[in-house]
Design a protein around this ligand. Structure first.
Ligand SMILES: [Zn+2]
Length: 421
């Protein structure tokens, strides 16, 4: 039960000073770090100063709220002695004992406790309570505090620091699908593109949006691919592989879908909010020479994104590719079958608010289409119906789209500079 498996060298050592005892306890504490336990360690010495037991904090691994370092050491020593009374012994522990441990220390009749860092929130050896020194109880234990307090406290502060400065906080009103759900699909030959995340766009208000961004930065075109109302970027995997050979491709997962955060409430979603988040992503990545390409609900977003971006839109966009954009964007039950990449983002009903909202978002887009038609009237436009799961159909689509949208200023066809005109 004790931590002596990790650092057997402490057992049998004869402690000559309090600092040496705390140093041994510190090495026990450090041994817990790899296990993710709060780093607290203890050693127990007999009346002659010889270490007879050690303990590491282990409540997480042991599923045991009593598995504090002190308790671990007391149990090991009592088992070894065949006696719960440990008269004359001294416990060295890196952190001031809590009320539970202080109680156990009294029951074990320890002569002395030496600890390192104070615990101003839960300490029961003088900081919050003084269980060990309370004259109303039938036994008291001598306490020496603050021995190597600095390294003992620093170890704890270092342990908690990365948690307090969480770079990827999850909003309380949202869920995040565990990465493990996507493991069979991403980081594979089918999806080799590394994930990118952004959470500090104004529209996102801390929600984390996932996207991929692949291909050369100075590519002639940037393709922004927007998935439909039951899918995620995965839907475009065949298409991306073909385009990214020479062009840059950015494929976000809309909030609520794929690897992006998922608000728990259906009414968190609105069409113009999704559109605003995309506008902010486009500006953040400074995407220019963009072909907006969308499927289903994504096609509606692609169609209407420039309307929200003001006057500079015309020069930013090179065309619009609309796939399967006919009315009807209800989640496709066939695609969402268990075990498929399309079911992966939605391990339970709580994750599916965006799926439930998708038909409404489609309705909300209707009122914007008239202005969108006006915007795109003279721009390159391609409307296709295609099976995105078919590599052959995607190859044909990519060839067609590249012909349709590719810049016409290639040196091989200098028509504009034809001297005969
Ligand atoms: Zn404790």
């Amino acid at each position: 039960m004790s931590g002596n498996r990790d650092t057997p060298e402490a057992l049998g050592v004869v402690i000559a000073s309090d600092a040496q005892g705390i140093e041994l306890a510190l090495s026990q504490a450090r041994a817990t770090l790899d296990a993710g336990e709060v780093p607290v360690g203890a050693v127990l010495a007999d009346a002659q100063g010889r270490v007879i037991a050690t303990g590491c904090n282990a409540p997480v691994a042991a599923h045991d709220p009593t598995a504090h370092a002190e308790i671990q050491a007391l149990r090991a020593a009592a088992a070894q002695r065949g006696n719960y009374r440990l008269d004359g012994c001294t416990l060295y522990v890196t952190l001031e004992p809590c009320a539970m441990c202080a109680g156990a220390i009294l029951h074990a009749r320890l002569a002395r406790v030496v600890y390192g860092a104070r615990d101003p929130k839960a300490g029961a050896a003088g900081s919050v309570l003084d269980v060990l020194g309370d004259a109303r109880l039938n036994h008291q234990t001598t306490v020496t505090s603050g021995v190597l307090a600095q390294p003992c406290g620093a170890l704890l502060r270092d342990f908690f620091r990365p948690r307090r400065v969480n770079l990827d906080p999850l909003r309380e009103d949202a869920l995040r699908t565990p990465d493990a759900a996507f493991a069979p699909f991403v980081d594979t030959p089918a999806w080799p593109w590394p994930p990118c995340y952004v959470a500090n766009l104004p529209a996102l208000a801390g929600l984390r949006l996932h996207y991929i961004d692949t291909g050369p930065a100075d590519a002639p075109l940037i393709w922004l691919l927007l998935h439909d109302g039951a899918a995620w970027g995965w839907q475009f995997r065949h298409f991306i592989a073909l385009l990214a050979a020479g062009h840059r491709v950015v494929a976000p997962d809309l909030i609520g879908f794929g690897r992006s955060d998922k608000p728990k409430r259906e009414d968190a979603h609105s069409f113009v909010w999704h559109r605003q988040a995309l506008c902010e992503l486009i500006e953040r990545l400074d995407l220019r020479r963009v072909v907006l390409a969308g499927c289903g609900l994504g096609a509606r977003l692609a169609q209407t994104v420039p309307l929200a971006m003001g006057g500079a839109s015309e020069e930013r966009y090179r065309g619009l590719l609309m796939l399967n954009a006919q009315p009807g964007c209800a989640p496709d039950a066939k695609n969402l079958r268990a075990g498929s990449a399309y079911a992966a983002p939605f391990p339970d009903a709580g994750h599916r608010a965006a799926l439930r909202a998708a038909p409404r978002l489609w309705q909300e887009s209707e009122s914007l289409l008239c202005a969108a038609h006006t915007f795109w009237r003279d721009a390159p436009l391609l409307t296709e119906t295609a099976d995105l799961e078919s590599p052959e159909q995607m190859r044909a689509l990519a060839e067609c789209a590249l012909r349709h949208f590719a810049p016409t200023d290639a040196p091989a066809t200098p028509t504009e500079h034809d001297p005969s005109h």
